[in-house]
Design a protein around this ligand. Structure first.
Ligand code: HEM
Length: 587
């Protein structure tokens, strides 16, 4: 007996008697049709797409009701066949020679789904996995159905440089909060339109120009001074025991509060009593997974209990920005400079832009810097030879500066200090992966050297992998060896100290040092806007701490275990770094 399907069906198909085979073929063909259509026209509106995917199998289900009495069973069969056909079509296409990325090597699972990347993202090991993939497959690896990872220095200008491409969809995937206060078009870091990005970037470039940096310098000295005094109190007359990961985070957050909107987060003073640092760190876990699958982020955005931590932190930062907007100018902070720099013709109401970007400052500027500081000290403590050498350089420069930490210009010229900072950022890149670009929407694609990258394809340039590539940094790309950053003439002539400085090399020959492959801040028009400030912080705080204290790992600390526990969660996350500190000199 044929049942009448309760939904109207197109062309009266439901009233015709189709065989089960015919109905299932229609079902499967509809699924393949959806796949072919979406392949050509990447769907922007996932809600509409979901509605279509749920509606289409209803038609074959209605055809089946002529043969199968249970409506539920008809629906089950129709949906199962539809989705099985849809996924098979997608998978077969992704591994077929017809796919535009078919010629690039990569593991099968990664070629068919981005969930492979999300899996490693979930454990914070995406950077390690990418390195393994490049070691196995070479400089260009297919790491997703439509994504390549490229570790080839000659291609960097065409990917990230001024002739390069706009951001990829990764930042859309990292945005797990609804857009009301975090409009992606106001958020410099996530904007995918090159023109819009260039407009938004102008105020940032001005806000980090020479003049504003002078204003931030005063805030830096005062905040770093506070860090020194607090650690001094902990030392007392004996040995202080602290977690350096925690203290560098306190410093970096407090300083970003100063910089962004003259707001005192008081972490150095009171610790993380409100859980802001913890919340922000924990909040990164979800975006680290869903950044690989941007449509998942759309679901997380409308799921109330997901992203609570980030919501709480975002709410707090926004509150600070609003408070700042209501205050007269206290200090020339970033808020002040951004307002000054906004072109009134471009933005009649700059406040949403300023708010979004003040919040971005906290997110982009705090954990990156504190991660770098922790890596600098971790590596120095593991390599006492480098520690002593740097301490000596700083002592001499402090003496030359009349007993105080030298000027920012002078710190920028200290060879070993800068070599140590670079080497720490080379080995444990503070942003290990997540530098992604994609051909401009509507452009059809982009030539990269002799390769054609079709629109809809994304490219990543993972700093962690690039920095450890022996084609660019040799010898011992996986070891901490600051001397590789010193001028090769001075190194070869032995001016830099004892023979162990040479890392087993007898002459400058055989050393490879490709600076263009060093991109901890990325490069090109969308490179880190805060780089000059970040370097100022790293130089000043490292010099101040090494001058004021002696550091040593606490007993029982396992450096290998700590390093193995590092996790890629946009920034390089690290566990507690327990150190002992004793006073050495006053400044
Ligand atoms: C050691 C510290 C830092 C590192 C390693 C770092 C690294 C990066 C990287 C890799 C990017 C992504 C660029 C891309 O996709 O190509 C970025 C973007 C950005 N960073 Fe930083 N950053 C640091 C500190 C800071 C600070 C202190 C600030 C602000 C005060 C800041 C503000 C930004 C902004 C606004 C962007 C977006 C730039 C754009 O899209 O045009 N960063 N940073």
């Amino acid at each position: 007996m044929a049942l009448v399907f309760p939904f109207p069906t197109p062309f009266g198909l439901g009233d015709m008697v189709w065989s089960v085979h015919q109905a299932l073929i229609v079902d499967a063909l509809a699924a393949v049709g959806v796949h072919l259509y979406c392949r050509k026209n990447e769907p922007e509106d996932y809600w509409k797409l979901s509605a279509v995917l749920l509606a289409l199998p209803l038609v074959p289900a209605s055809l089946l009701t002529h043969h199968i009495p249970s409506l539920l069973l008809c629906l089950f069969i129709a949906f199962a066949v539809f989705f099985a056909a849809l996924f098979s079509s997608m998978m077969l296409y992704r591994i077929s020679p017809l796919h535009p990325l078919a010629g690039y090597p990569g593991p099968l699972l990664w070629r068919v789904t981005k969930f492979s990347a999300a899996y490693y993202g979930a454990f914070g090991k995406y950077h390690i996995k990418l390195k393994q993939l490049h070691d196995r497959y070479g400089p260009i690896v297919r790491i997703g159905p439509n994504e390549l990872s490229i570790v080839q220095v000659e291609l960097i200008p065409q990917i990230l440089g001024s002739q390069g491409m706009p951001k990829g969809p990764l930042w859309e995937g990292r945005r797990i909060l609804p857009s009301k206060n975090f409009n992606i078009n106001n958020h410099l870091i996530g904007v995918r339109d090159l023109q819009r990005h260039a407009q938004l970037r102008k105020p940032w470039n001005k806000a980090f120009g020479v003049g504003p940096l002078k204003d931030y310098e005063e805030m830096l000295r005062s905040r770093a001074g506070m860090m020194g005094s607090r650690l001094d109190e902990i030392c007392g007359e004996g040995v202080g025991r602290v977690d350096l990961t925690e203290w560098t985070s306190f410093f970096a957050f407090d300083f970003m509060g100063d910089i962004a909107f003259t707001s005192d987060f008081s972490l150095l003073q009171n610790g993380d009593v409100n859980g802001f640092v913890r919340d922000m760190e924990e909040a990164q876990s979800l975006p680290t997974i869903v950044q690989h699958v941007p449509w998942l982020a759309k679901i997380t955005r409308v799921t109330p209990f997901l992203g609570t931590k980030l919501r709480k932190f975002g709410g707090f930062a926004l509150e600070q920005a609003k408070k700042r907007a209501g205050k007269p100018m206290l200090k020339k902070d970033l808020f002040y400079h951004l307002i000054q720099a906004v072109d009134p013709e471009f933005m009649s109401n700059p406040l949403p832009f300023i708010m979004a970007n003040a919040v971005l400052t906290i997110l982009a500027g705090s954990d990156t810097t504190s991660s770098s500081m922790a890596m600098i000290f971790f590596n120095l403590l593991r390599e006492p030879r480098c520690y002593k050498k740097l301490q000596k350089e700083i002592d001499v420069s402090v003496a030359e500066a009349g007993g105080s930490i030298p000027s920012m210009e002078k710190l920028g010229q200290l060879p070993y200090l800068n070599a140590v900072i670079n080497e720490a950022m080379r080995l444990q890149a503070p942003v290990p992966t997540s530098v992604q670009r994609a051909p401009k929407i509507g452009s059809g694609g982009k030539m990269l050297g002799s390769m054609f990258l079709p629109e809809g394809t994304n490219v990543q340039v993972p700093p962690y992998v690039l920095h450890r590539d022996p084609r660019y940094f040799y010898p011992n790309p996986d070891s901490f060896w600051p001397e590789r950053w010193l001028s090769q003439e001075s190194w070869a002539s032995g001016d830099d100290g004892d023979a162990s400085d040479r890392n087993g090399q007898e002459g400058a020959g055989g050393i490879i040092h490709e600076r263009a492959a060093f991109i901890p801040f990325s490069t090109g028009p969308a490179a880190c806007a805060g780089k000059p400030l970040a370097l100022m912080e790293l130089r000043y705080v490292t010099a101040m701490l090494l001058r004021k204290f002696n550091f040593a790992f606490q007993a029982g600390f396992n450096a290998e275990k700590w390093e193995a526990g590092l996790a890629d969660r946009l920034t390089m996350f690290r566990g507690p770094l327990p150190v002992e500190i004793t006073r050495r000199g006053s400044i």
